[in-house]
Design a protein around this ligand. Structure first.
Ligand SMILES: *[C@@H]1O[C@H](CO)[C@@H](O)[C@H](O)[C@H]1NC(C)=O
Ligand SMILES: *[C@@H]1O[C@H](CO)[C@@H](O)[C@H](O)[C@H]1NC(C)=O
Length: 130
Protein backbone atom coordinates (compact mmCIF):
# COMPACT_ATOMS: atom_id res chain seq x y z
CA UNK A 1 0.00 0.00 0.00
CA UNK A 2 1.30 3.41 -0.85
CA UNK A 3 1.42 6.38 1.45
CA UNK A 4 -1.37 8.22 -0.28
CA UNK A 5 -3.73 5.33 0.21
CA UNK A 6 -2.80 4.97 3.87
CA UNK A 7 -3.32 8.68 4.36
CA UNK A 8 -6.73 8.37 2.77
CA UNK A 9 -7.65 5.38 4.87
CA UNK A 10 -6.55 6.64 8.26
CA UNK A 11 -6.90 10.39 7.99
CA UNK A 12 -9.46 11.31 5.39
CA UNK A 13 -12.13 8.71 6.03
CA UNK A 14 -12.46 9.12 9.81
CA UNK A 15 -12.55 12.90 9.51
CA UNK A 16 -15.11 12.77 6.74
CA UNK A 17 -17.42 10.32 8.40
CA UNK A 18 -17.31 11.64 11.94
CA UNK A 19 -17.96 15.32 11.49
CA UNK A 20 -20.75 17.47 10.25
CA UNK A 21 -21.41 20.90 8.87
CA UNK A 22 -25.08 20.95 8.02
CA UNK A 23 -27.32 23.81 7.02
CA UNK A 24 -30.82 22.87 8.06
CA UNK A 25 -33.76 24.85 6.75
CA UNK A 26 -37.12 24.60 8.44
CA UNK A 27 -40.10 25.40 6.25
CA UNK A 28 -43.57 25.84 7.71
CA UNK A 29 -46.32 24.42 5.53
CA UNK A 30 -49.22 25.49 7.70
CA UNK A 31 -50.99 28.79 8.22
CA UNK A 32 -51.24 27.94 11.92
CA UNK A 33 -48.74 29.35 14.37
CA UNK A 34 -46.19 26.69 15.29
CA UNK A 35 -42.94 26.43 17.23
CA UNK A 36 -39.93 24.25 16.53
CA UNK A 37 -36.84 23.32 18.51
CA UNK A 38 -33.83 21.13 17.79
CA UNK A 39 -32.11 18.91 20.28
CA UNK A 40 -28.64 18.58 18.76
CA UNK A 41 -26.22 15.65 18.77
CA UNK A 42 -24.38 17.33 21.65
CA UNK A 43 -27.63 17.32 23.65
CA UNK A 44 -27.99 21.08 23.73
CA UNK A 45 -31.19 22.63 22.45
CA UNK A 46 -31.59 25.28 19.80
CA UNK A 47 -33.57 28.44 20.41
CA UNK A 48 -37.30 28.05 19.90
CA UNK A 49 -38.20 29.09 16.36
CA UNK A 50 -41.63 30.62 15.87
CA UNK A 51 -43.50 30.29 12.59
CA UNK A 52 -46.43 32.54 11.91
CA UNK A 53 -47.17 31.90 8.27
CA UNK A 54 -47.18 29.26 5.60
CA UNK A 55 -43.88 29.26 3.73
CA UNK A 56 -41.85 30.90 6.50
CA UNK A 57 -38.27 29.56 6.55
CA UNK A 58 -35.70 29.51 9.34
CA UNK A 59 -32.09 28.45 8.88
CA UNK A 60 -30.12 26.51 11.50
CA UNK A 61 -26.43 25.64 11.31
CA UNK A 62 -25.37 22.32 12.82
CA UNK A 63 -21.68 21.61 13.24
CA UNK A 64 -19.46 19.37 15.30
CA UNK A 65 -17.37 16.26 15.50
CA UNK A 66 -19.00 12.87 16.08
CA UNK A 67 -22.37 14.24 15.10
CA UNK A 68 -23.91 10.80 14.88
CA UNK A 69 -23.02 9.93 18.47
CA UNK A 70 -26.57 11.00 19.36
CA UNK A 71 -29.61 11.59 17.19
CA UNK A 72 -30.53 15.04 15.96
CA UNK A 73 -34.13 15.67 16.97
CA UNK A 74 -36.53 18.31 15.73
CA UNK A 75 -39.75 18.81 17.69
CA UNK A 76 -42.73 20.84 16.56
CA UNK A 77 -45.29 22.34 18.94
CA UNK A 78 -48.58 24.15 18.50
CA UNK A 79 -47.93 26.25 21.63
CA UNK A 80 -44.69 27.77 22.96
CA UNK A 81 -43.00 24.80 24.68
CA UNK A 82 -42.09 24.90 28.34
CA UNK A 83 -40.22 22.13 30.19
CA UNK A 84 -42.17 18.91 29.80
CA UNK A 85 -44.40 20.01 26.92
CA UNK A 86 -45.11 17.07 24.64
CA UNK A 87 -44.28 17.79 20.99
CA UNK A 88 -47.05 17.54 18.40
CA UNK A 89 -44.54 16.02 16.01
CA UNK A 90 -40.93 14.87 15.90
CA UNK A 91 -38.34 14.10 13.26
CA UNK A 92 -35.31 12.28 14.59
CA UNK A 93 -32.31 10.57 12.99
CA UNK A 94 -28.54 10.17 13.23
CA UNK A 95 -26.85 12.69 10.91
CA UNK A 96 -23.30 13.13 9.60
CA UNK A 97 -21.68 14.91 6.72
CA UNK A 98 -21.41 18.19 4.91
CA UNK A 99 -24.45 19.52 3.19
CA UNK A 100 -27.98 20.66 3.69
CA UNK A 101 -31.30 19.29 4.76
CA UNK A 102 -34.79 20.71 4.66
CA UNK A 103 -37.46 19.91 7.20
CA UNK A 104 -41.15 20.45 6.50
CA UNK A 105 -43.17 21.54 9.51
CA UNK A 106 -46.90 21.03 9.98
CA UNK A 107 -49.00 21.76 13.05
CA UNK A 108 -48.97 18.07 13.90
CA UNK A 109 -45.71 16.81 12.43
CA UNK A 110 -42.12 17.41 11.31
CA UNK A 111 -40.69 15.58 8.31
CA UNK A 112 -37.31 15.44 6.66
CA UNK A 113 -37.54 16.57 3.04
CA UNK A 114 -34.80 17.22 0.52
CA UNK A 115 -31.22 16.68 1.58
CA UNK A 116 -27.78 16.56 -0.02
CA UNK A 117 -24.37 15.51 1.20
CA UNK A 118 -25.71 14.06 4.41
CA UNK A 119 -25.52 10.56 5.78
CA UNK A 120 -28.76 9.85 7.61
CA UNK A 121 -29.56 6.68 9.52
CA UNK A 122 -31.96 5.05 11.93
CA UNK A 123 -34.82 7.48 11.83
CA UNK A 124 -36.77 9.88 9.66
CA UNK A 125 -34.44 10.23 6.68
CA UNK A 126 -37.00 11.47 4.19
CA UNK A 127 -38.13 9.80 1.02
CA UNK A 128 -34.92 10.30 -0.97
CA UNK A 129 -31.67 8.49 -0.38
CA UNK A 130 -28.32 10.20 0.03
C1 LIG B 1 -24.05 21.98 20.12
O1 LIG B 1 -24.28 21.92 18.71
C2 LIG B 1 -24.96 23.03 18.20
C3 LIG B 1 -25.22 22.79 16.71
O2 LIG B 1 -24.04 22.57 16.01
C4 LIG B 1 -24.14 24.31 18.44
O3 LIG B 1 -24.84 25.42 17.95
C5 LIG B 1 -23.89 24.46 19.92
O4 LIG B 1 -23.06 25.57 20.15
C6 LIG B 1 -23.24 23.20 20.48
N1 LIG B 1 -23.12 23.34 21.93
C7 LIG B 1 -22.05 22.98 22.60
C8 LIG B 1 -22.08 23.17 24.07
O5 LIG B 1 -21.05 22.52 22.02
C1 LIG C 1 -50.72 19.68 20.03
O1 LIG C 1 -50.62 19.10 21.32
C2 LIG C 1 -51.43 19.74 22.29
C3 LIG C 1 -51.07 19.14 23.63
O2 LIG C 1 -50.94 17.76 23.57
C4 LIG C 1 -52.90 19.55 21.91
O3 LIG C 1 -53.73 20.20 22.85
C5 LIG C 1 -53.12 20.16 20.53
O4 LIG C 1 -54.46 19.95 20.10
C6 LIG C 1 -52.17 19.59 19.51
N1 LIG C 1 -52.30 20.31 18.26
C7 LIG C 1 -52.38 19.70 17.09
C8 LIG C 1 -52.50 20.59 15.90
O5 LIG C 1 -52.35 18.48 16.98
Amino acid sequence: MNTLFLTFLFVYIPIYTTACDITATLTSQTHQEIFAQFTFHNKTKSPIYQFEQDGQVEKVHITGMLCSINPTRLDVYSKPPVAGTKPNGTSQAFLEGFGYVNYVLLSDGAFMGMKAGIVCAAGDCGASRG
